[in-house]
Design a protein around this ligand. Structure first.
Ligand code: SF4
Ligand code: SF4
Length: 151
């Protein structure tokens, strides 16, 4: 399966080991984003990175697991409650409120992932991007064209 390396800029501590081990120069770019045109997916950069800032991702994701309608409906309800809790916490002051806001966001993201909404090539993600594209978001339009569906 073809893979590409991606660098998480938040984790990157600029140790630059990836630049030395990359055989194609894909890791050495002006904007710090690994050049997928040059990347062969060999994984040397990910092994060398002491900050664990590089991950290999597949070009094609497997089709998402199917869920029954009633399971999806429960996921929707739980998702809505987490989103609401995040929203309420966001209006409160203090560190505890920030932690609550963040943890509710993470739980909501997990539910979305489980429901297949966050798999880039899944039909839910495609539908969501299409809605954004129809609403005038240019980047979403570009993604709709770029990302192949696997369902
Ligand atoms: S080896 Fe890791 S920490 Fe160093 S520049 Fe590359 S991605 Fe960043
Ligand atoms: S996976 Fe290989 S080719 Fe791609 S950036 Fe890392 S070291 Fe370079």
């Amino acid at each position: 399966m073809k893979k590409f390396a991606v660098r998480n800029l938040r984790l990157c501590t600029k140790e630059c080991l990836c630049l030395y081990v990359c055989p194609t120069g894909a890791a050495d770019t002006e904007n710090s984003i690994i050049d997928i045109e040059k990347c062969t997916g060999c994984g040397r950069c990910a092994e060398a990175c002491v900050s664990k800032a590089i991950t290999l991702i597949p070009e094609e994701y497997p089709a998402p697991q199917k869920h029954d309608e009633d399971v999806l409906s429960i996921m929707n309800t739980v998702f809505a409650s987490k989103a609401q809790a995040e929203y309420i916490a966001s209006a409160l002051p203090g560190k505890f409120a920030r932690a609550l806001e963040r943890s509710n966001r993470l739980m909501a993201e997990d539910i979305c992932r489980e429901a297949g909404y966050m798999i880039p090539q899944g039909k839910n993600a495609k539908k969501f991007l299409k809605e954004l594209s129809d609403a005038g978001y240019e980047k979403a339009e570009k993604l709709v064209k770029l990302v192949k569906s696997n369902e």
